[in-house]
Ligand binder design. Structure first.
Ligand code: COA
Length: 388
C-alpha cells in the first residue's frame, strides 16, 4: 500500500524585511547575504501572527478540498510553541473546527520535528489505512538583534495531508537517522530568541548528513544514482549547496554542474525569499521544488535530509506520483510571497519587540492581513479570530 503526502500547502506572513535594507542598516555589503548565505528577503510575522494563525492559513485551503470530518489526527511540529502544556494543534483544531473524534499532539526537536511528525503519520496510516492525518510544521525563526543569526530569520507553516494512495508523494519505507547530544543551537525556556553557534552548527549539520546517509544506504540498499532530486533542511539557502557538495564528495560520483543544479536549485526558490522557518523549512523547499521544476517530476525519487540542531537528523526518500501537478497549490504559494509588504527597519524593530512571548492582558493592533489572527491575550488565554 502506498502512503504519503496527498496534499501540501504552505503559508507565510504578510511582511518581509529585504536583506538589502538590512545590509544598509548594518553597514555591511549586501552580497554577504545575497551571495554568501544565499538569502534575499525574510518573512516577518507581525505581533498578531503566530504559529497558530500561520498554520491555519496553511491548512485551510487543504481542508476546503476534502471533507474535514475525515481528519483523525493533527500532528503539529514546532519549536515556537505558545504553551508549555496545551499543544498548538489543539488551538488549531478549534480554529479550524475539526471533528472531536481526532487525536492532537505537538512534536518538538528543533528543525527536525516536522519529519518526525510526517514519519509518525505515515506509520499510523500504514497501521490503519482509514486514518487521514493533518501534519503541520510551523515556526517563527527569531534571533537577537545584531547577532549573526539575525539575517537568517523568517517564518512559515506547512500543512500536509497524509493518507493512503497519496496524490503527490509516496513515502518509501526505510530511512537513515543520526542523533548526538550537542549545543549548536538552542532556546532555553526563558528566552524568546534562539542561541546559535552558526559555524559549529554547519559542521554538525554536514557530519549528520554523512552519518544519516550511511545509515540510509545500509538500511534501504539505495544509492546516490537512485535519487533524482534532493531537498535539504534550509536554515539559509547556501546551506543546500554546502550539503549537496558534501554528499557528492562522500559518494564519490562525479556530478556535472548542470546536474548538481537540477538536483537542488528548484528547491531553494521560495526559501531565498521566505527565510528560515525551522521545522517547516525542508517542506517549503519541497513545495518550491514541485512548483519551480521545469521538467515533469512524475515517478522521480526525491531524497530528503532533515536536520534539527541539538541534534537529530534523518535521510528518507519518496516517489512523486503521476499527475501530481493537478494537485499543487502553486498559485497560492506564489501570490502569498509576491503580495507581502516590505518593512522599513524601524517597523521591523517595532514588530520584533512586540513579541507575544511573556505577554498578558494585551490587545494587538491589526497588522496580520491573513484569514486568521491573534486578537488578544487576556488572563493568559489567547484569543484567535477568523477574519475572512
Ligand atoms: N560577498 C560574497 N560572499 C560573502 C561576502 C560578500 N561581500 N561577505 C561574506 N561572504 C560569505 C562568507 O565568505 C561566508 O561564506 P562561507 O560560508 O562559504 O565561508 C558567508 O558569506 C557567511 O559569512 P560569515 O562571515 O561566515 O557570516 P556570519 O558570521 O554572519 O555567519 C551564519 C553566517 C549563517 C553562520 C549565521 O547567520 C548564523 O549562525 N545563522 C543561523 C544558522 C542556523 O540557524 N543554524 C542552525 C540550524 S541548521
Amino acid at each position: 500500500m502506498k502512503v504519503g503526502i496527498d496534499l501540501i500547502h504552505f503559508a507565510t506572513s504578510n511582511y518581509y524585511l529585504d536583506l538589502e535594507t538590512y545590509a544598509q542598516e548594518k553597514g555591511t555589503d549586501p552580497n554577504k547575504y545575497l551571495i554568501g548565505i544565499g538569502q534575499e528577503k525574510m518573512s516577518i510575522a507581525p505581533p498578531d501572527e503566530d504559529i497558530i494563525t500561520l498554520s491555519a492559513k496553511a491548512a485551510a485551503p487543504i481542508l476546503d478540498k476534502i471533507d474535514k470530518n475525515t481528519i483523525t489526527a493533527v500532528l503539529f511540529a514546532t519549536e515556537s510553541g505558545v504553551d508549555q502544556s496545551k499543544s498548538a494543534g489543539a488551538f488549531l483544531h478549534g480554529l479550524l473546527e475539526l471533528p472531536n473524534r481526532c487525536r492532537v499532539v505537538e512534536f518538538k526537536h528543533a528543525c527536525y520535528a516536522g519529519t518526525a511528525a510526517l514519519q509518525m503519520a505515515t506509520s499510523m496510516v500504514r497501521a490503519n489505512p482509514n486514518e487521514t492525518i493533518l501534519v503541520i510544521a510551523a515556526d517563527i525563526a527569531k534571533y537577537d538583534i545584531d547577532s549573526s543569526g539575525e539575517a537568517t530569520q523568517g517564518c512559515g507553516a506547512v500543512a500536509m495531508l497524509v493518507t493512503k494512495d497519496p496524490r503527490i508523494l509516496a513515502i518509501e519505507p526505510g530511512s537513515g537517522y543520526y542523533t548526538e547530544d550537542v549545543m549548536d543551537f538552542w532556546r532555553p525556556n526563558h528566552r524568546s530568541t534562539a542561541l546559535v553557534d552558526g559555524k559549529y552548527s554547519t559542521k554538525v549539520y554536514l557530519n549528520s548528513l554523512k552519518q544519516a546517509w550511511e545509515h540510509f544506504t545500509e538500511s534501504t540498499g539505495r544509492k546516490f544514482s537512485d535519487i533524482d532530486a534532493f531537498c535539504y533542511h534550509i536554515p539559509f539557502s547556501r546551506m543546500t549547496e554546502k550539503a549537496h557538495k558534501t554528499l557528492v564528495k562522500k559518494v564519490g560520483t562525479p556530478v556535472s554542474e548542470a546536474l548538481f543544479k537540477s538536483q537542488t536549485q528548484p528547491g531553494q526558490v521560495y526559501n531565498r525569499l521566505v527565510g528560515n522557518s525551522y521545522s517547516a523549512s525542508l517542506f517549503i523547499g519541497f513545495c518550491s521544488f514541485l512548483d519551480n521544476a521545469v521538467q515533469d517530476l512524475s515517478n522521480k525519487r526525491f531524497g530528503f535530509f532533515s536536520y534539527g540542531s541539538g541534534c537529530v537528523a534523518e535521510f528518507f526518500s519518496g516517489l512523486i506520483q503521476p499527475n501530481y501537478q493537478q494537485h499543487l497549490m502553486t498559485t497560492s504559494h506564489q501570490q502569498q510571497i509576491a503580495s507581502r509588504k516590505a518593512l522599513d527597519y524601524q517597523t521591523y524593530l517595532e514588530f520584533y519587540h512586540t513579541d507575544t512571548f511573556g505577554q498578558n492582558n494585551i490587545v494587538f493592533s491589526k497588522n496580520n492581513l491573513g484569514p486568521y489572527r491573534l486578537m488578544d491575550i487576556q488572563n493568559d488565554i489567547r484569543h484567535y479570530v477568523k477574519t475572512s
